[in-house]
Design a protein around this ligand. Structure first.
Ligand SMILES: CC(C)(COP(=O)(O)OP(=O)(O)OC[C@H]1O[C@@H](n2cnc3c(N)ncnc32)[C@H](O)[C@@H]1OP(=O)(O)O)[C@@H](O)C(=O)NCCC(=O)NCCS
Length: 175
């Protein structure tokens, strides 16, 4: 895997986090227990810090960067769908960011929310907890139902399970 220090900052990665050998994690990044970073995702913590909590997945081709003024904070049990971008923003626990969505500087996404595929959340926007957001620019269209929240939980759990299988395989291959 490509774990690269930047100046005097080296990524801190939990022992049981899965980082694909083809992902890049650079600089002042922290990745918590059972989280995963998939094929060709880039986490570049040079201008500022990036923290990713536990049980979160950063899926294939995602870009996670920060801004000089804004660190990026991704909570626990968050899914960043394929090709999505998180830039200088805060994403609270149990959020699903749909495929190809873009989250810009100083955005705060409240816990247990879904950001629809392809949405763009414009700078400084505050999304209340339990929101469904879609569109360009992203707008809250409704609150999540209990069924949506159940599905959110299923989503991150599947990726924790999958990533632990990949991690086991990676360790066996390296023996
Ligand atoms: C937003 C989403 C959750 C669907 O929510 P929903 O409440 O079931 O929405 P529906 O499919 O009933 O569609 C409701 C309306 O929103 C529109 N819509 C749905 N998803 C949309 C999206 N991503 N962007 C823009 N509009 C969207 C539909 O066209 C429909 O419009 P209409 O009322 O004018 O016909 C889903 O489309 C989505 O984007 N999920 C993300 C999935 C994903 O990327 N997962 C990551 C896997 S790794």
């Amino acid at each position: 895997m490509v774990i690269i220090p930047y100046q005097d900052k080296k990524p801190t990665i939990a022992d049981d986090a899965y980082i694909s050998p083809r992902a890049s994690v650079i600089g002042a990044a922290t990745i918590g227990a059972r989280s995963s970073v998939w094929e060709y995702a880039v986490i570049r913590a040079d201008y500022n810090t990036i923290s990713i909590g536990t049980d979160s997945s950063i899926q294939d081709n995602c870009t996670v960067h920060c801004d000089l003024r804004f660190p990026t904070k991704i909570g626990n049990s968050v899914t960043l769908g394929h090709n999505s971008v998180a830039h200088g923003c805060t994403i609270e626990d149990n959020v699903l960011v749909g495929i190809g969505a873009v989250i810009l500087n100083n955005v705060q996404i409240g816990h247990h929310s879904i950001i629809g595929a392809g949405s763009v959340i414009t700078p400084g926007k505050i999304i209340p907890p339990e929101s469904l957001v879609i569109g360009v620019p992203g707008k809250v269209v409704r609150s999540l139902t209990p069924a949506d929240i159940k599905e959110l939980d299923a989503n991150w759990k599947v990726y924790v399970e999958l990533s632990q299988r990949y991690l086991k395989q990676l360790r066996e291959d390296r023996k």
